[in-house]
Design a protein around this ligand. Structure first.
Ligand code: LIP
Length: 274
C-alpha cells in the first residue's frame, strides 16, 4: 500500500467515526461553547469533542505527524506529514440543525502552509447526508465507491456557482461587491454554508464552480484535493494556490473567467459565458 493510500484509508476511517459522533451530539442538542473571531463565529462543545477524537485517533495511528486543527493550537510534526482538520465544517448549519455540515480531514506533506503544501489524501464526510467524499493524490475523486468529476464545460445558460461570506459583518459589503461582479457569469448562486461541501460538490459536478475569500486552511485542504483529483482546477490570487485571500475552483475555463472578473474587476459581457 502506498503512503497516499495508507493516509486516505485512515482519513476515511477517522472521518466516519468523527462524523458519527458529531451526528449523535446533534441529535442530543447542541450547546454553543464560545464565539471566536466575531459574535457570529461560534464553536460548539461538539466541535471541540470531535476534534479531540480525531486528534487522538491520528496520534495513535501515526505518532510524529503534525496536526493543524480549527479548534486547537497547531502541533508541528517530525514525519513531514501534517493533518489539516475541520472537525465540523459548517458549524452554524450544525448549530441550527441544517444537515449541510461535514468532517473535513486532509493529510499534507511539506510545511503546513496552503501556499506550499502537497495534499496527499482527503476525506469530507457529511454524516447527516450519509455521503463520504474522498481522494488520494493520483487516485481520482470518489463519492463512496463512485468516481466523480467536475463539469468540464461552461454552460451557455451560465454557471451554477457557490460562494460564502465571512463572520465579520465588515467583510460583507466587499464580498457582496465581488458577487455582483461574478453574477454575469452565473445562472444562479448557492450559499451552502460549508466550504468543504462546496468544494466536494464542484468535484461531483453538483456545482460548476465555487469561490470564497477568507477561508481557513482546514476549510479547503481536503476539498481542494477532491476538485483536483476530479479533473478540476483550484487557484487563489493569480498565480498562487488557494489561501485565505481567495479560493476559486471549477473547470479550467470557468476558473480563468472567474479569476479575471474577481481580480480585474472588469465585468464580463452581460449575458452568458460562451
Ligand atoms: C465556514 C465555511 C464557510 C464560510 C464560513 C465559515 P466553519 O467554516 O465552511 O464556507 O462561508 O464563513 O468559514 O466556521 O463552519 O468551520
Amino acid at each position: 500500500m502506498s503512503l497516499e493510500q495508507e493516509l486516505g484509508t485512515l482519513a476515511i476511517e477517522i472521518a466516519t467515526e468523527a462524523g458519527a459522533l458529531a451526528h449523535a451530539r446533534r441529535s442530543e442538542g447542541v450547546s454553543i461553547a464560545a464565539s471566536k473571531s466575531a459574535l457570529a463565529d461560534i464553536v460548539t462543545e461538539a466541535d471541540r469533542e470531535v476534534e479531540a477524537l480525531i486528534h487522538k485517533r491520528i496520534a495513535a495511528a501515526r505518532p510524529g505527524d503534525g496536526f493543524l486543527g480549527e479548534e486547537s493550537d497547531a502541533e508541528p510534526g517530525t514525519t513531514g506529514i501534517t493533518w489539516v482538520v475541520d472537525p465540523i465544517d459548517g458549524t452554524v448549519n450544525y448549530a441550527y440543525g441544517i444537515p449541510s455540515y461535514a468532517v473535513s480531514i486532509a493529510a499534507v506533506s511539506g510545511d503546513p502552509d496552503p501556499r506550499t503544501w502537497t495534499a496527499l489524501a482527503g476525506a469530507v464526510y457529511a454524516p447527516a447526508l450519509g455521503e463520504m467524499f474522498h481522494a488520494v493524490r493520483g487516485g481520482g475523486a470518489w463519492l463512496g465507491g463512485r468516481r466523480i468529476a467536475v463539469n468540464g464545460e461552461v454552460n451557455p445558460a451560465g454557471s451554477l456557482l457557490a460562494t460564502g461570506f465571512g463572520y465579520d459583518p465588515a467583510s460583507h459589503a466587499p464580498q457582496l461587491a465581488l458577487l455582483g461582479r461574478v453574477m454575469p457569469l452565473a445562472r444562479d448562486i448557492r450559499r451552502i454554508g460549508a466550504a468543504s461541501l462546496d468544494l466536494a460538490y464542484v468535484a461531483a459536478g453538483r456545482l460548476d464552480g465555487y469561490f470564497e475569500r477568507g477561508l481557513n486552511p482546514w476549510d479547503h485542504a481536503a476539498g481542494v484535493l477532491l476538485v483536483q483529483e476530479a479533473g478540476g482546477v483550484a487557484v487563489g490570487v493569480p498565480g498562487a494556490a488557494p489561501t485565505r485571500e481567495m479560493t476559486i475552483v471549477g473547470n479550467a475555463t470557468l476558473v480563468e473567467r472567474l479569476s479575471q472578473v474577481l481580480f480585474s474587476g472588469a465585468a464580463p459581457e452581460v449575458g452568458r459565458a460562451e
